[in-house]
Write a protein that binds this ligand. Structure first.
Ligand SMILES: Cc1cc2nc3c(=O)[nH]c(=O)nc-3n(C[C@H](O)[C@H](O)[C@H](O)COP(=O)(O)O)c2cc1C
Length: 392
C-alpha cells in the first residue's frame, strides 16, 4: 500500500492537503459542497454569481461553521455590485477569489491589496500571460472539454501551453475525474486539477436527485457546446430544450427570455436600473444582439430551473464531457481519496513499481528547469499523508 501525497505548489499556497480544487458552479457550489471539499483536504469554492449578497454572507458563515479549512468564492467579475461582493469576501477573511468571466485589473488589485489570493480561469495562453502580468496568484486553464462556458482549445493542448507561458501555479480543468488525469496534468507542468462536473455528481451536491440521474445517464457524446443559451459558447447536456433553443428564432426567443430575466432580477434583488446598466455594458463588451442579451440575462433562470427546482424539462444542464465517464455518486471525500490513491498507483506503475520521489516529479519540465523544481511531487511520511476521515 503506497502512502504518499502529491504535494505541489498549490498545496502550500492554498494551505490544502490535496492539489484538487472544486470550482464555483452557479446554483451548485453551495456551502455544503464547498465545506465538504475543503474539509476532506481539497479546496472548495462557493459560487457567488447566482447568490444575493445576503445569501453569500450566509453561505460563507455556513462554510466556516462546517470546517476550519480554507475555501474560496467565485465572483462574477461584471456584476454591478461586484464592489460590495469584494468587500464581503475581504471582510470575511476568505482565502481566494476565482472569477466567472475575466476580472478587471482593478478588481484583482483590490483583492491583492487585501491579502486575498486571486485565480481567474483562462482559455488561451495569452489570457494567462495577461493575468500573470496583472499579478494573479494562480490560473485555472480550462480546455474545451469543460462544463459551462468554455473555449475552443482542448485541455491536452491548452494546459502545457499555459504552463510554458507563465511561472505562477496552473490548475488544469476540463475533463478531469481521476488519478490518472491528475498525473497527466502534473506531467504537463500543472500544479493540480480543478473539477466541476465530478463534484456536481457527489452525495453532498444539492442538485436534485432526478437531475443527477439525468447526468449519470449521459454518455461521452451527449454534451454540446452551444451559444443559444446566453450568446457565449457553453457546454451543456444535449436535451430537447437545447434543441429548441438552437432552432428558435430571435423573435420567439426574445419575449420569453425577457420575462425570465425579470424573474431573475426579482429573485436576486437586482434593481431595474442595475439590470439595464449591466445589460448595456454586456451588450457593448460582448457585442451581443438584443436577442442574445435577453438570453444572457435569462440564462441563470434556465440553470436554476434544473439545478435547484429539478425541472430539467425546462432548464439547462451545464456539464463537461467527462460526464460520460461518471456513473456513480460518491461522497466528496471518496472522490478526493480515490483520485489520490489512483494517482499514487499510476506513479508507481510508471516508475516500475515504486513510488519514489524521483518518479513523482511533474514531468520533463520539472527535471529540465531547476526554477520549477518546487512543482515536483514530494513524498511525505505515511502518518502525515493518510489522516483519518475525522481530521480535516
Ligand atoms: C453546472 C455548472 C455550473 C458552472 N457555473 C460556473 C460559474 O458560476 N462560474 C465559473 O467560473 N464557472 C462555472 N462553471 C465552470 C466550472 O467552474 C469548471 O470550470 C468546469 O466545470 C470544469 O470542467 P469539468 O466540468 O470538466 O470539470 C460551471 C460548470 C458547471 C458544470
Amino acid at each position: 500500500m503506497t502512502a504518499l501525497v502529491l504535494h505541489t505548489r498549490i498545496c502550500g499556497l492554498f494551505g490544502i492537503r490535496y492539489p484538487i480544487v472544486q470550482t464555483g458552479m452557479g446554483w451548485v457550489s453551495g456551502a455544503r459542497l464547498t465545506a465538504a471539499t475543503s474539509d476532506a483536504g481539497g479546496f472548495g469554492i462557493l459560487a457567488a454569481a447566482t447568490m444575493t449578497l445576503a445569501q453569500l454572507e450566509e453561505a460563507i458563515r455556513s462554510v466556516k461553521e462546517r470546517t476550519g479549512q480554507p475555501f474560496g468564492v467565485n465572483v462574477r467579475a461584471d456584476q454591478p455590485d461586484v464592489g460590495r461582493v469584494a468587500e464581503l469576501v475581504i471582510r470575511s477573511g476568505v482565502k481566494l477569489a476565482s472569477f466567472a468571466g475575466p476580472p478587471s485589473r482593478d478588481l484583482i488589485r483590490r483583492f491583492k491589496d487585501a491579502g486575498v489570493l486571486t485565480m481567474p480561469t483562462v482559455g488561451a495562453p495569452r489570457h494567462a500571460e495577461k493575468m500573470a502580468e496583472w499579478g494573479v496568484d494562480a490560473v485555472i486553464a480550462q480546455g474545451h472539454e469543460g462544463g459551462g462556458h468554455t473555449g475552443p482549445i482542448p485541455t491536452s493542448l491548452l494546459l502545457p501551453a499555459v504552463c510554458d507561458t507563465v511561472d505562477i501555479p496552473v490548475l488544469g480543468a476540463g475533463g478531469f475525474n481521476s488519478g490518472r488525469g491528475l498525473v497527466a496534468a502534473l506531467a504537463y507542468g500543472a500544479s493540480g486539477i480543478a473539477m466541476g462536473t465530478r463534484f456536481l455528481l457527489t452525495k453532498e451536491s444539492t442538485v436534485p436527485e432526478s437531475v443527477k440521474a439525468a447526468y449519470l445517464r449521459a454518455k461521452l457524446t451527449d454534451t454540446v457546446v452551444t451559444r443559444s443559451v446566453d450568446g457565449d459558447p457553453q457546454r451543456v447536456i444535449r436535451t430537447p430544450v437545447i434543441d429548441r433553443l438552437e432552432r428558435a428564432s430571435a423573435v420567439t426567443r426574445f419575449p420569453r427570455a425577457l420575462m425570465s430575466a425579470l424573474a431573475f432580477r426579482k429573485l436576486t434583488g437586482t434593481s431595474l436600473t442595475d439590470l439595464v446598466r449591466e445589460g448595456l455594458a454586456m451588450r457593448k463588451s460582448r457585442e451581443l444582439t438584443w436577442a442574445q442579451l435577453a438570453m444572457a440575462a435569462n440564462a441563470p433562470m434556465l440553470t436554476k430551473a434544473s439545478m435547484v427546482d429539478g425541472r430539467q424539462e425546462v432548464g439547462i444542464l451545464p456539464a463537461g464531457q467527462v460526464v460520460g465517464l461518471i456513473d456513480e455518486l460518491p461522497t466528496v471525500r471518496d472522490v478526493l481519496e480515490s483520485i489520490m490513491r489512483e494517482a499514487e498507483e499510476t506513479l508507481g506503475r510508471l516508475s516500475g513499481g515504486s513510488t519514489s520521489a524521483d518518479a513523482g516529479r511533474s514531468g520533463e519540465q520539472a527535471r529540465a528547469d531547476p526554477s520549477r523544481r518546487d512543482e515536483a511531487v514530494q513524498t511525505q511520511t505515511p502518518s502525515v499523508a493518510r489522516p483519518g476521515p475525522q481530521e480535516g
